[in-house]
Design a protein around this ligand. Structure first.
Ligand SMILES: [Zn+2]
Length: 572
């Protein structure tokens, strides 16, 4: 029977039954948020005072009077006392389990010096059983305020770390995720000696005598991570799973505390995707996940049956995208550039995944009706990815709206900026990366490349390109408000250092990028990203009006309530 026929029969039945009382009851709201200052992202009624919710969906957006008309005996009322509310933040590119693990492990995002990091490792080593690995992440040599006694390319030597942790291997990931620091014990287990060559696509950083100083860039990180994986493989499956679920719980709490109601995960393995799917089906996820699958082409090519997975467990889990990557990060000289770095003569960065592999993965995405999301930071990386996409689109012109994305899209040649719009490619960028990297971008790229092509939001937006926004957590704190501040000011919150402010977003554009823009970038704008009748009731309540407060007040703003699917999941 077709749907229209079913509709006709049901309509006739209800008409005949004369609008039974239980049918009226069904129109009442579960929850009415009133006396609010809502910014809806709906151009027809951008500002309203009330939202009525039923079964996790928005029943009505409008005046208090209209909303109260939906009040029944069991309707809960929340008086927002004039507070600002808007669609919940959607994190547009982060690493969900990575965020969780970062909350378990040592976190150096706030570390101001190498000594501080050595101190934290000293304390961890005192508590650790001999032989267990000490893990941490988030260090960044450009953020340290105290000069190093001895250094190579701005990095310290491993000696301090090796001294305070002689029996425990130490592996500390760089904030960018594109290099790591190892102590002597870790290098010994990895079999790294003076003779060990740097693998292709990576570098073992050495001093003038050829000694490895402890830093491993890009693909060279595998030497150390393989040694860790060998150790981890010896742990019981139970112990590993327990830690994973603990990490996920911590990530969920951290997101809700930050007003995040949906999270776009930039690359998970099949076993993680299965766990998320199961959690969604059981109603165990506290926020909505949208994930990219990330494996090698060989691992994926025969394993994508059943993908994409869309709207599992009442719209709590979706995996409809594939992640790949072509280069590294600017801080670690991994961004792949058209012309050499200003501060590493003759060097143009790293191509981290062979292009034929990326092309194969793009073909896989096209064949399975999935979005392709490629990490590209340098201008050459971005051009290469746009070329791969263009080739695919030309060969599949019948497929229409594909919404393929470039993750980061940080440094662009001006000639490539209009191509994003022309090809319908989404620039999935991170506002906060701009101000984090600001102190060293010009050093790496020089004035002109920085001014015209580094985080060129204004140029992209003026060209009609959709920008998705996020933090790349745990590379950065998952805080959307700090990212919003960076997006609308391009100013560092600590020093006030401003990075080419002419490229900043307006307040409206930045909110869009964090809500409807991200929803669009995941094919989810039809049911989330704005406050509109029928859409999911995912809402954040804030202490300040993000459209009208001063720049400084953005930094003071607090998340007061996070509502997912019509339920208050976090309250300050
Ligand atoms: Zn990432």
């Amino acid at each position: 029977m077709n749907r229209f026929l079913i509709f006709l029969i049901f309509s006739a039945f209800f008409f005949w039954s004369g609008c039974a009382p239980e049918q009226k009851e069904a129109q009442f709201a579960d929850l009415i948020l009133h006396n609010g200052n809502f910014y809806t992202l709906d151009s027809l009624q951008p500002r309203v005072e009330a939202v009525a919710i039923r079964d996790g969906r928005i029943l009505l957006v409008g005046s208090a009077e209209e909303a109260m008309g939906l009040r029944g005996d069991s309707t809960e009322l929340i008086d927002l006392q004039g507070q600002f509310a808007m669609p919940g933040f959607i994190e547009g590119h982060g690493h969900f389990s990575g965020l969780g693990y970062s909350l378990i492990r040592l976190n150096f995002l706030e570390a101001q010096s190498w000594d501080e990091i050595v101190q934290m490792v000293t304390e961890a080593a005192e508590k650790a059983e001999p032989g267990t690995w000490i893990l941490g992440r988030g260090w960044h040599q450009e953020k340290w305020t105290e000069p190093l006694e001895r250094s190579v390319l701005g990095y310290p030597y491993h000696y301090d770390l090796s001294e305070v942790s002689p029996d425990n291997p130490v592996m500390l990931r760089h904030a960018s995720g594109h290099s790591l620091f190892a102590n002597e014990k870790a290098m010994e287990l990895a079999g790294v000696t003076v003779e060990t060559p740097s693998p292709s696509g990576g570098e073992i950083v050495r001093d003038s005598r050829g000694q490895a100083i402890g830093v491993f860039e890009e693909r060279a990180m595998n030497l150390i991570t393989n040694a860790y994986d060998e150790y981890a493989a010896g742990l019981s499956e139970e112990a590993k799973a327990k830690e994973w679920y603990q990490a996920i719980e911590l990530a969920e709490e951290e997101c809700l505390r930050n007003g995040i109601t949906s999270f776009q995960d930039a690359g998970s393995k099949f076993f993680e995707l299965s766990r998320y799917e199961e959690m969604a089906e059981k109603g165990e996820l506290d926020l909505r996940l949208w994930a990219m699958v990330r494996h090698s082409y060989d691992r994926m090519k025969d394993s994508l049956d059943g993908y994409p997975k869309i709207d599992v467990g009442n719209h709590y889990f979706t995996c409809r995208a594939i992640k790949s990557e072509v280069d590294g990060a600017l801080g670690a000289f991994g961004a792949w550039l058209l012309r050499a770095y200003n501060d590493k003569k003759g060097f143009t960065g790293q191509n981290t995944t062979p292009i034929p592999e990326v092309k194969n993965i793009a073909q896989l995405a096209m064949d399975h009706g999935m979005q392709m999301c490629v990490h590209a930071i340098g201008d050459r990386a971005n051009r290469v990815v746009l070329n791969i996409y263009e080739e695919q689109f030309n060969a599949n012109s019948d497929k229409g709206d594909l919404r393929w994305r470039i993750e980061h899209a940080q440094h662009l040649d001006t000639a490539d900026i209009p191509r994003f719009r022309k090809l319908g490619v989404i620039a999935s960028m991170q506002g906060i990366h701009c101000t984090s990297d600001a102190p060293f971008v010009e050093k790496r790229l020089g004035e002109q490349r920085s001014r015209l092509g580094a985080y060129p939001w204004r140029s992209l937006l003026d060209n009609g390109v959709i920008i998705a926004n996020g933090t790349d957590a745990p590379v950065e704190d998952v805080d959307p408000l700090a990212c919003f501040y960076a997006s609308v000011t391009r100013k560092r919150a600590d020093s006030g250092f401003e990075f080419f402010p002419e490229q900043r977003m307006t307040r409206e554009e930045a909110i869009y990028s964090y809500t409807l823009g991200n929803a669009y970038a995941g094919f989810e704008d039809h049911f989330k990203g704005s406050l509109h009748t029928g859409k999911v009731a995912d809402i954040v309540v804030l202490s300040h009006d993000l459209l009208n407060c001063t720049d400084e007040e953005i930094l003071e703003a607090q998340v007061l309530k996070t509502i997912v699917d019509g339920k208050v999941k976090y309250e300050l």
